[in-house]
Design a protein around this ligand. Structure first.
Ligand SMILES: [Zn+2]
Length: 195
């Protein structure tokens, strides 16, 4: 036998001895490639999912043909003629004809209905993005109940002069907006030009 056939024989012997090692190595390589591929795919899926609280909300004015008699201000004191005192008014007061319809400013769920001497009949609606709207000085006869889902622009009740803490303003809607249960300026969400 010459050298060449010796070499060939040696190679064949090596393969016969170590073929399972080669197979194992190929198997490990395939496993690693699979893991990397699945990993990068998962990353792509995660990137395509938008955060759940990023939903864009549509807001409507809670009533039409209204005049703003008191604006939101979280610092300056405003005079309350009813109580004869200066106070911070973190709400917008819309004066309007007695009995005018009040609409949900945005889609959401009615989470609270109550009545106090100072605020009159009050409806609270919870929206996405940790927002709430609060409608005070309503007529006690409402179109909604706690637990109702409402859409933006849906009639929830009627304006009255039930808030005795602001009775001097006459029939009006005392409208508040809250984010994470802290009062915020509703004008950031409402198009007050169209009131
Ligand atoms: Zn008010």
């Amino acid at each position: 036998m010459d050298n060449t056939s010796d070499n060939t024989k040696a190679k064949i012997t090596w393969f016969a001895k170590y073929w399972y090692l080669m197979l194992f190595a190929v198997g490990v390589l395939a496993f690693i490639i699979t893991i990397v591929a699945v990993g990068s795919n998962e990353e792509k899926i995660n990137n395509s999912v938008e955060p759940t609280n990023a939903a864009a909300l549509t807001f409507y004015l809670p009533l039409t043909d209204a005049t703003i008699t008191k604006n939101y201000d979280d610092k300056a004191l405003q005079y309350n003629a009813t109580l004869n005192q200066w106070e911070v008014h973190k709400a917008i007061d819309f004066s309007v004809a007695n009995g005018a319809n009040v609409c949900a400013a945005c889609s959401g769920k009615v989470v609270d209905i109550y009545s106090t001497y100072l605020d009159g009949t009050v409806v609270v609606i919870e929206h996405a993005n940790n927002l709430k709207t609060k409608y005070a000085s309503l007529d006690s006869e409402l179109n909604v109940a706690v637990g109702d889902n409402v859409v933006g622009g849906q009639i929830i009740g009627r304006v009255a002069n039930s808030a005795k803490g602001e009775a001097a303003e006459g029939a009006h809607l005392h409208f508040e907006m809250l984010e994470n249960d802290k009062k915020i300026d509703p004008s950031a969400y409402l198009n007050l030009e169209n009131k």
